[in-house]
Design a protein around this ligand. Structure first.
Ligand code: NAD
Length: 498
């Protein structure tokens, strides 16, 4: 937990409760200068062109690998998560995104030719251009304190933007790695700025008129506040918010794999993953077997080595307010992994707790999965491919995995984001890149033909345009009949165009 004594923000290890280090809180009054510095670097960065940007991102992927151990040290020091998780969820995410962006951003964001099959627009040459937004804000949480900010900042930078990053106040030192890596890779100094602090600096960043878009990852309540504040000044947002993700286990699933998957999906990161499985629905014939095995396995997980602590005392209190969980007798904000039979409230727990309930039919399973205000992700476990596919398509969520869980988070090409209260907009994939640009439509015309619909207006033109509507858009014979019937008007239209 960070202390609030200004001006130092002290980062604390949640297992030992020892301070890890500190950073200086950013004064909101410094923001205009910070945004302006990023903007100045952004213009140079955009002018370099896509190939030079791709080279820098390739280098970033290499530097994250070279400095992987140091980065993992900081992540583990600030979160006390198992080192395996720091590597698998954070370093893989960073390297994969940088490598994917280096390869694909130039292609996805290349000028795109627009073609016209419409006869009256045949003289046109047009393109869609994908231009940077300017300076964007990335406001990020503590649960994946390197993977999330790195992937978001890298995407924005790949599209030619400057970024002001506000990492969580609980993991500021990990956040510092993002500009450090990118500057070592060759982005202009100042392009990626970091500001530190709690809600006050976050809110000031959202309100800053120099910020062209806000990429927010965090809780539903703060996300809505951010969207309202940004909306008040007409600034777009992407919201990656919380979830209450369901896992549907059918009787024909590979039960060993489903139990292993459930254990990982529920207790990874001590349940502090936005896509943690928080509700498991199991077909009744295997419910007892599945639940007993999951409960037994959850008791064998090693606290500290396999299941880290909650990030803060406040986070542990939040979990305990929703459900009664055993506190182990040790230092740090630990809670025992817990499997609960029966329903829990439709609130994100964000801790090592999962509920398991039986279902009797495919329809009931889908209905229960969708019976939530959230819609981030879900997983379906079955050997019947047609059924799994049918069920997955009916689930209201941004991501659905069949016989697996969560892996696509680490990849550059898979879209990430939710529906319903879990947010809107996407990160990762070409859709994540499109979120980082504005689309400009650009056209070229030699100017030889004069459009018939320009001034002056007269009755002949009106009739001719009316007749051309059927000729241009009619289908089959209809169009030829219209052309014959209106030949006089069409001749008139052609005359006007010369
Ligand atoms: P949070 O909403 O408390 O904080 C997120 C960030 O917003 C932090 O940097 C915080 O300092 C900042 N902030 C707080 N108040 C602000 C304000 N008024 N204006 C601007 N910024 C403000 O969330 P958290 O506790 O850090 O993270 C946990 C939440 O994040 C969970 O709900 C989890 O599901 C969600 N999450 C979602 C995704 C996803 O991809 N959808 C990924 C990870 C985490």
């Amino acid at each position: 937990m960070a202390t609030t004594a200004a001006p130092e923000l002290v980062s604390v290890n949640p297992a030992t409760l020892e301070p890890v280090g500190s950073v200086r809180r950013t004064d909101p009054e410094e923001l205009p200068g910070i945004v302006a510095a990023s903007r100045a670097a952004q213009e140079r960065w955009w002018a370099l062109g896509p190939a030079a940007r791709a080279k820098v991102l390739r280098e970033a992927a290499r530097i994250v690998r070279t400095r992987a151990d140091e980065i993992a040290d900081t992540i583990v020091a600030e979160t006390a998560k198992p080192r395996t998780e720091a590597i698998a969820n954070e370093l893989y995410t960073a390297v994969d995104h940088a490598a994917w962006l280096a390869k694909q951003a130039p292609r996805v964001l290349a000028d795109e030719r627009v073609r016209f099959s419409q006869l009256h627009l045949k003289t046109k040459k047009a393109w869609l251009l994908y231009e940077p937004l300017g300076v964007v804000a990335a406001i990020t949480p503590w649960n994946i304190p390197f993977g999330i900010p790195f992937a978001e900042v890298a995407s924005a930078v790949a599209a030619g933007n400057g970024v002001v990053l506000k990492p969580s106040e609980l993991t500021p030192l990990t956040g510092e790695w993002v500009p450090r890596i990118l500057e070592e890779s060759g982005v202009p100094v100042g392009l990626v700025q970091v500001v530190h602090g709690e809600a006050e600096i976050g809110a000031a960043l959202v309100a800053d008129p120099g910020i062209s878009k806000v990429f927010f990852t965090g809780s539903v309540s703060v996300g809505r506040r951010v969207a309202a504040s940004a909306g008040a000044r007409g600034c777009p947002v992407v919201l990656e918010l919380g979830g209450k993700d369901p896992m549907l286990v059918f009787a024909d699933a590979d039960l060993d794999r489903a139990v292993d998957g459930a254990l990982f999906a529920s207790f990874l990161n001590a349940g502090q993953a936005c896509v943690s499985a928080e509700r498991i629905y199991v077909e009744r014939s295997v419910y007892e077997d599945f639940t007993q095995r999951l409960t037994e396995r959850s008791r064998q997980l090693k606290l500290g080595d396999e299941v880290g602590p909650l990030i803060s005392e406040r986070q542990r209190d939040n979990v305990e307010q929703i459900v009664n969980v055993h506190r182990p007798d040790r230092e740090g904000w630990f809670l025992e992994p817990t499997v609960v039979r029966g329903p829990l409230p439709d609130r994100e727990i964000f801790g090592p707790v999962v509920s398991v309930e039986p279902f009797d039919s495919e329809d009931e399973a889908v209905h229960r999965a969708n019976d939530s205000e959230f819609g981030l992700a879900a997983s379906v476990w079955s050997r019947d491919r047609a059924k799994a596919d049918r069920v997955a398509r009916r689930i209201e969520a941004g991501m659905v995995w069949v016989n697996d869980f969560g892996y696509s988070f680490t990849t550059g090409q898979a879209a990430w984001g939710g529906v319903k209260s879990s947010g809107f907009g996407r990160t990762s994939s070409k859709h994540g890149l499109y979120e980082c640009v504005q689309v400009k439509y650009l056209d070229w015309d030699r100017g030889r033909l004069r459009p018939a619909w320009w001034f002056p207006y007269d009755v002949e033109t009106e009739h001719a345009l009316r007749a051309a509507l059927d000729v241009l858009y009619g289908t089959g014979l209809e169009r030829w009949r219209a052309a014959w019937r209106s030949r006089r008007e069409l001749r008139q239209l052609l005359r006007r165009s010369r």
